[in-house]
Design a protein around this ligand. Structure first.
Ligand code: SF4
Ligand code: SF4
Length: 135
């Protein structure tokens, strides 16, 4: 199963059709609506779509074919170096080895390109120096 977040932007034509319920019934996707602003003249939604990779791709194509613009939203992790005390908790818990300890300063360094955005480091960081947002 894949789970991804998307921004769906509906053109006016797209709001005349019950696209969300069709994505659920025709492609077997789970749709979790996180935010929605829809009027008769269009609108946008932030959703999590969950389903097998093939079904997810077909569901997204169906939406695009029906006047919905789709942008994938990726979580973004940021470490505030002012708040960080270099305790090393994130280094030991990160499954992607995105943190390392630099020598000889013994500073904890974050490598964003390795991060898989699981959020574990944010949950264990004692001073709350790690932030997870979505772009
Ligand atoms: S857990 Fe938090 S305070 Fe500790 S090293 Fe990591 S970012 Fe810094
Ligand atoms: S969010 Fe997960 S993968 Fe990314 S740095 Fe934190 S623990 Fe590692």
């Amino acid at each position: 199963m894949n789970e991804k977040k998307y921004l769906l932007q509906f053109e006016p034509k797209a709001v005349e059709v019950p696209l969300t319920s069709r994505v659920i019934s025709e492609f077997g996707l789970e749709v979790n609506i996180l935010r929605a602003e829809i009027t008769e003249s269009g609108g946008q939604m932030i959703v999590t779509l969950i389903g097998p990779p093939g079904a997810l791709g077909r569901g997204l194509r169906y939406l695009e074919d029906n006047n919905v613009r789709i942008s994938e939203l990726r979580p973004l992790v940021r470490k505030d170096d002012e708040l960080c005390t270099d305790c090393g908790m994130c280094v030991s818990i990160c499954p992607a080895k995105a943190y390392s300890i630099s020598a000889p300063e013994w500073k904890v360094v974050f490598a964003e390109d390795k991060c898989i955005a699981c959020g574990l480091c944010r949950d264990v960081c004692p001073p709350g120096a790690i932030f997870l947002s979505v772009i």
